[in-house]
Ligand binder design. Structure first.
Ligand SMILES: [Zn+2]
Ligand SMILES: [Zn+2]
Length: 164
């Protein structure tokens, strides 16, 4: 009997394969709850990000969807909506957006791990980090509302790849 080393190797939630259907239906029900339409632009932006699986800048998304950067404003608005819906995150360090298919708690601290080689993003929610952050913030009287931490580094795949 051999055990699959990959099975349940980590509980960390990776975002390499985003469940597109789950993301779409979450965005759709969020739109319904807010009484706002889930417009074709919103659907297409989300579909592109879930299919790409990597962070993209807004103008890149606009170019992919319409062949020009002119739609960037609409794309930005769609991205704002998708972030509110919790389907898309923004990487501040790269001004790029990527799809997320897991529900975050309201005050959950999320850690984004960005590979500087391939650009892949993995994310994990860590209560330990959250506690540390709350402690650090307390000393300054700062109240973190939606803490997101970006860490740049090397993903497992790139770290394990032979030097080329
Ligand atoms: Zn997420
Ligand atoms: Zn990598």
């Amino acid at each position: 009997m051999h055990r699959d080393p990959d099975a349940s190797a980590a509980c960390a939630h990776t975002h390499r394969d985003v469940d597109a259907d789950a993301a779409q239906s979450r965005a759709r029900s969020y739109a319904v709850s807010r009484g706002t339409p889930f417009t074709p632009t919103r659907q297409r932006v989300l579909a592109l990000l879930t299919a790409t699986g990597k962070p993209m800048a807004a103008y890149e998304i606009a170019e992919k969807l319409s062949g020009s950067r002119k739609q960037a404003v609409q794309v930005y608005r769609a991205l704002e909506f998708l972030q509110e819906a919790g389907c898309v995150h923004r990487l501040a360090s790269r001004s790029a957006f990527f799809a997320c298919d897991h529900r975050h708690g309201e005050r959950e601290t999320v850690v984004f791990m960005v590979c500087s080689h391939c650009g892949a993003v993995q994310e994990t929610a860590s209560e330990l980090v959250a506690r540390g952050l709350r402690g650090a913030a307390k000393t300054t009287g700062f109240r973190p509302r939606h803490p997101m931490i970006e860490v740049e580094g090397e993903c497992a795949k790139c770290a394990g790849a032979p030097a080329s």
